[in-house]
Design a binder for this molecule. Structure first.
Ligand SMILES: [Zn+2]
Length: 213
């Protein structure tokens, strides 16, 4: 190729890059990424890390979480380590459609295990509209069984990252959430809310995860 032709091409490329930079960056293809693991595995920190990077890349970011997660600040996603990000609480997955900004290019759904099954359709729709969908949630419940819509979201996703915590018994890699009621492992059939009981959760490995029947 002639030298001037090469130069013209380079200039055109630079112009195109400039044109893109004036607006929010747009993805050419949507996708679903799932960040899952037990409690204390750093899911929300990883979600926030990805959101911060997306913001630096001039993406228009929107974060949703189930309205039942009132653990910390209401309109924020907050990690155990204390970092946070603005989030919109929604009663049900279908509400994400109504509250979606038309120019959002990255949509995050935190605590996805608490959403109804419709969250799968919502995530699929957003991804087919070219949106990068970030999903964070517990892959298993305190029994060690698949949690809500998470297994389906994990199968639909392009990328799945399974994070691990530290087992509170042996210090090994923890993949499960141990529920303790009055200091003892919760039974398989224990109700979700036990009035008057002191309840806590900790991370455990497969060997030390206990669910008496
Ligand atoms: Zn262990």
């Amino acid at each position: 190729m002639h030298r001037t032709q090469v130069q013209v091409r380079k200039n055109l490329c630079a112009l195109r890059v400039f044109a893109v930079q004036k607006e929010n960056m747009k993805h050419t293809q949507g996708s679903i990424e799932v960040v899952c693991g037990s409690m204390f595995s750093g899911k929300t920190d990883e979600l926030i890390r990805r959101l911060v990077r997306a913001t630096i890349a001039r993406q228009k970011v929107q974060v949703f979480k189930p309205a039942i997660d009132i653990r910390y600040a209401v309109e924020k996603v907050t990690s155990h380590a204390g970092s946070n990000y603005d989030a919109i609480p929604v009663e049900k997955a279908a509400d994400i459609r109504n509250k979606l900004d038309g120019d959002a290019t990255v949509v995050a759904i935190d605590e996805a295990q608490f959403f109804d099954p419709e969250v799968v359709n919502v995530a699929q729709e957003l991804a087919s509209q070219g949106i990068r969908v970030l999903v964070a949630g517990l892959d298993t419940d305190f029994r060690g069984e698949p949690f809500g819509p998470m297994p389906i979201l994990m199968s639909m996703a392009e990328h799945v990252d399974k994070l691990h915590a530290i087992c509170m018994v042996c210090g090994g890699e923890a993949s499960r959430t141990q529920r303790l009621v009055n200091g003892k492992p919760a039974r398989y059939d224990d109700p979700i809310v036990i009035v008057g009981a002191s309840e806590m959760y900790e991370a455990r490995c497969r060997v030390h995860h206990e669910v008496p029947r």
